[in-house]
Write a protein that binds this ligand. Structure first.
Ligand code: AMP
Ligand code: GLY
Length: 447
């Protein structure tokens, strides 16, 4: 197979790393890719706009068998639809299905229609109506911009005054532009957060090992939220009993509901969950893609041919890998037997190293030292989220430089979570640049 991966971050580096191991893969491309991916995939700068024309003509020219779309933006904007219309096979949902992530109001209404457990909510288009409702219903609330706001359009508010301020910032001051023209006000859920991923073909799904991310920038979940400072899997907060509830009460009705509404979900469905102290899972949000950094430890744990798996999902053939379920499938979206997937023993963990100042403004172009001693091993890979490699001769110092807020995702597998963490942190300690920072408590909750 010839495969094109869309994206250039740590998640896509992990996808490319895993796809490159598939004996089925003949040629691997990434767009834009990154300097770190270059040894594994040919990196090509394609324009994702203009109705996907550039991607389509590249796919036709290079005889691409499967396009794997990493980030949500192009999916929400309909790249998968355009590719499908042009006869190019794609792993990733249609724009209509990607509304599960692209519109909070859509996803909340969808969950209400299908009885999927989530926080109580109300949606508002007018700031005054939202403020009046908050005044009449005091209590802890979460204020969310309806549209995509690069993971930043959510304010957890413990007092009515904080909530009112968040509403004004989004709806009046337009802190997130059009994304905040409509807001969702949610009840605050308590418990432990977890990330649950299923690969879907529109009807069936296979579940990946449950993960836990670390959103706050500092140890002990302090400081502002980030895209994620580290992740590990499997996460013991999702016991077998909790996982069964997630599949029965959330995943299966989500897939059945999307199919029944005419938008079957194909691709990776990422369910962000709050697990209550009583072990009841509730949906915080859906995402229409792999998590970043969750994807990095997940790829290290999967004991499958990723190219085959994603291709089966893209072609509605996941049923073929689900033991004994080819025959009689009376209804869409029911939980088939054996929804799990072969995974390697033990646990994997990813520690994100970030630029000083992230998630606020940060400097770029700082020289990174120590990577030369950390060549990839099957059980330890430094995935690059935001780096570039300065070439010899151009005045700047030759070698790796920082380029993003999240810079590296140092990922390792071990026979136990403690071993995985030891291995990852040992590598982190070898890597240096000015102002580099990382959390020292990734995975601690599970130890
Ligand atoms: P989201 O972008 O919807 O995932 O929200 C970002 C973060 O806000 C989540 O990871 C949670 O930590 C928090 N959050 C969102 N909604 C809720 C809620 N209803 N209750 C508690 N925390 C929430
Ligand atoms: N790590 C959370 C996300 O990818 O949204």
């Amino acid at each position: 197979m010839n495969i094109l991966v869309i994206g250039g971050g740590g998640r896509e580096h992990a996808l490319v790393w895993k796809l490159a191991q598939s004996p089925r893969v003949k040629a691997l491309f990434a767009s834009p890719g990154s300097d770190a991916m270059a040894p594994l995939a040919r990196c090509v700068p394609l324009d994702l706009g203009q109705g996907g024309k550039d991607v389509i003509s590249f796919a036709q020219r290079e005889q691409i068998d499967l396009v794997v779309v990493g980030p949500e933006g192009p999916l929400v904007e309909g790249l998968a639809d355009r590719l499908t219309e042009a006869g190019v096979r794609v792993f990733g949902p249609s724009a209509a299905a990607a509304r599960l992530e692209g519109s909070k109001a859509f996803s909340k209404d969808f969950m209400a229609r299908h009885g999927i457990p989530t926080a109580g909510y109300r949606t508002f288009d007018q700031p005054q109506a939202a403020l009046d409702w908050l005044a009449a219903n005091p209590g802890p609330r979460v204020v969310k911009a309806d549209g995509l706001a690069a993971g930043k359009g959510v304010s957890v508010c413990h007092t009515p005054a904080e909530a009112a301020q968040a509403v004004r910032a989004m709806m009046v001051d337009k802190a997130f532009g059009q994304a905040g023209a409509r807001v969702v006000l949610e009840d605050l859920l308590v418990g432990q957060e977890a990330s649950y991923f299923v690969i879907c073909d529109g009807r069936d799904f296979v579940a990946l090992p449950p993960c836990q991310d670390h959103k706050a920038v500092n140890d002990h979940d302090q400081g502002p939220n980030t895209g994620g400072m580290g992740a590990y899997c499997p996460a013991p907060v999702i016991t077998a009993a909790v996982e069964h509830k997630i599949q029965q009460q959330i995943v299966a009705p989500t897939l059945a509901g999307m199919a029944a509404e005419g938008h079957p979900y194909r691709g990776c469905l990422f369910v962000g969950l709050m697990i209550s102290p009583q072990g009841e899972p509730r949906v915080i949000e859906y995402n229409c893609r792999f998590g970043d950094p969750e994807c990095q430890p997940l790829m290290m744990m999967l004991d499958v041919d990723l190219a085959e798996l994603l291709d089966q999902a893209a072609t509605g053939k996941l049923g073929e890998r689900l033991a004994g379920v080819q025959a009689d499938r009376p209804e869409h979206g029911r939980v088939p037997a054996g929804t799990g997937i072969p995974i390697r023993a033990g646990s994997a963990a990813c520690v994100v190293m970030a630029s000083q100042g992230y998630p606020g403004p940060f400097a770029k172009g700082l020289a990174i030292h120590g990577l030369e001693n950390l060549a990839d091993q099957p059980d330890r890979v430094v995935f690059h989220a935001g780096t570039r490699r300065a070439q010899p001769n151009n005045n700047a110092e030759e070698g790796w430089q920082t380029q993003g807020g999240r810079v590296l995702g140092v990922t390792a597998r071990g026979d136990t979570l403690a071993q995985a963490l030891d291995k990852a942190y040992a590598a982190v300690k070898e890597i240096h640049w000015e102002g580099a920072h990382y959390r020292t408590d990734i995975g601690k909750k599970a130890l």
